[in-house]
Design a protein around this ligand. Structure first.
Ligand SMILES: Cc1cc2nc3c(=O)[nH]c(=O)nc-3n(C[C@H](O)[C@H](O)[C@H](O)COP(=O)(O)O)c2cc1C
Length: 443
């Protein structure tokens, strides 16, 4: 299976790249990663070298899972620029067919011109402009401070395009209400592609004994950048927003919470042409590429895709606005009594937190709940809380031949004062009288 891609003119043996971060801090690491199977790497951001603090990272752990969310207050590369440039040259010598992209962040027009030329002279295949770092660098007017101001972003992209001979990717910040604005500014400035997301500004948790946040630096802390599996839903949504800009046309590199082949497929189906990974490599090492490559290839075979390009954006036509969803589509929950373990989590969730559509037997010995179909709105909550796989499934109840959206309804002027007439039949649910709660308590 040929997984090779040509991303805005940057060629790579596969679409899986290391994101600019500690795993791409040195030539040693990048060569090791290429050996394992990664197709490209965005070098840890180069600029005027900084001094970093210790400690730097914090995490959100959830039950048995560590680093579900990851947070850092690290700045750009603290290694001398000349060392990084020499190592870029060396990596390209040993891996001429892999993508080596220089992530860049400086301030003045002269500095941008110089660093773009330096990176190209070292052999970088392209540039990624870091307009996303949401801590430290933004306080100095760089990183997300640029990404949040479309006019400044466009201006700086213009400076870069004055000298760049290699493709330029603009890395966008998620810390903005409408990511379409900087995405369009990048295009207006002449960029060849965009990537997203950089990290989300965050405080990951507090040390409640010592009254500070994590990560701690000598008793103090600061807001950092959030990433890892927890941010994937946000990244996917922002990717969709950019990919759906009419006639946008720039290729997109998707980033945020990718850990396995399935995540990578999701990003590509939503419009990314390459996928970047940081936290998962920091957690599990470069070796995760083996599973990503094998699973991704098998998926392509199973679905009959012949190239990565054929997959890009395949899910986009089915991601719509709410007003275009079919109001006549109707599902209800079904509990498989053979699989049910009688934990009653679904009953509690539905009765307290949803639509009172699950009942219990009068017989206290029988712990297995049942669905009250006329109350079920098909919200999915019971199937989400159920700890047994495929015990609660959602079953279709509409005939499948009716279609009516809110938009169509509004256009037809068919908006009644009340939807009472549509309750029942599973469209709405019967709301119990408050006194039924008292009756329940007395039972
Ligand atoms: C410790 C750390 C350092 C990072 N440094 C950079 C950086 O120098 N330049 C950059 O563009 N992004 C940097 N990032 C952001 C990542 O490239 C990536 O956009 C983000 O972590 C989301 O991907 P992930 O969920 O796979 O980690 C850094 C992330 C982490 C965790």
């Amino acid at each position: 299976m040929d997984l090779s891609v040509n991303f805005a003119g940057i060629k790579s043996p596969n679409p899986f790249w290391l994101a600019s971060a500690p795993p791409t801090n040195s030539g040693y690491q990048i060569m090791k990663a290429f050996d394992k199977g990664w197709g490209g790497a965005i070098w840890k951001t180069l600029g005027v070298p900084v001094v970093n603090v210790s400690s730097r990272y914090g995490s959100v752990n959830y039950r048995d899972s560590r680093m579900v969310g990851f947070n850092n207050i690290e700045l750009i590369s603290d290694r001398p620029l000349k060392d990084n440039l020499r190592e870029i040259e060396e990596v390209k010598k040993y891996f001429p067919d892999h993508a080596v992209i220089a992530s860049l962040m400086v301030e003045s027009r002269e500095q941008w011109h110089q660093i773009v030329k330096d990176a190209e002279n070292a052999g970088a295949d392209g540039h990624e402009l870091n307009f996303g770092c949401p801590h430290g660098m933004c306080e100095r007017g760089m990183g997300s401070a640029v990404g949040q101001d479309p006019k400044i972003l466009e201006l700086i992209v213009g400076w870069v395009m004055e000298v760049a001979k290699k493709p330029v990717i603009v890395k966008l910040t998620p810390n903005i209400s409408h990511i379409e604005d900087p995405a369009l500014a990048a295009k207006a400035g002449g960029a060849n592609a965009v990537s997203l997301i950089n990290t989300i500004q965050s405080i990951v948790g507090l040390d409640i004994d010592n009254f500070t946040a994590y990560p701690k630096v000598d008793g103090h802390s600061t807001n950092g950048g959030y990433c890892g599996p927890a941010v994937k839903p946000i990244a996917l949504n922002l990717l969709k927003n950019v990919a759906k800009i009419p006639n946008y046309g720039l290729p997109i590199s998707g980033i945020g919470g990718v850990e396995n082949w399935r995540d990578a497929v999701e990003f590509i189906l939503l419009g990314a042409s390459t996928v970047q990974v940081c936290t998962a490599v920091m957690h599990y090492g470069f070796g995760i590429i083996r599973e990503i490559l094998a699973g991704f290839e098998q998926y392509m075979i199973d679905k009959g895709f012949n190239s990565v390009d054929e997959m890009v954006g395949r899910a986009l036509p089915n991601i719509n606005t709410w007003e275009n969803l079919n109001l006549k589509y109707k599902i209800v929950a079904d509990i498989n009594q053979d699989k049910c373990i009688g934990c009653q989590l679904c009953y509690i969730a539905c009765d307290d937190g949803a639509h009172q559509a699950i009942g219990l037997s009068e017989n206290p010995e029988d712990r297995k709940p049942h669905i009250i179909e006329e109350n079920c709105v098909g919200c999915n909550l019971c199937s989400l809380v159920c700890p047994v796989e495929n015990c609660i499934t959602m079953q279709r109840r509409d005939a499948g031949n009716e279609h009516l959206t809110w938009k169509e309804r509004t256009i037809a002027g068919d908006i009644p004062d009340s939807f009472d007439d549509e309750r029942g039949g599973g469209v709405g649910h019967h709301v119990p009288e408050p006194r039924e709660a008292i009756a329940y308590r007395l039972k």
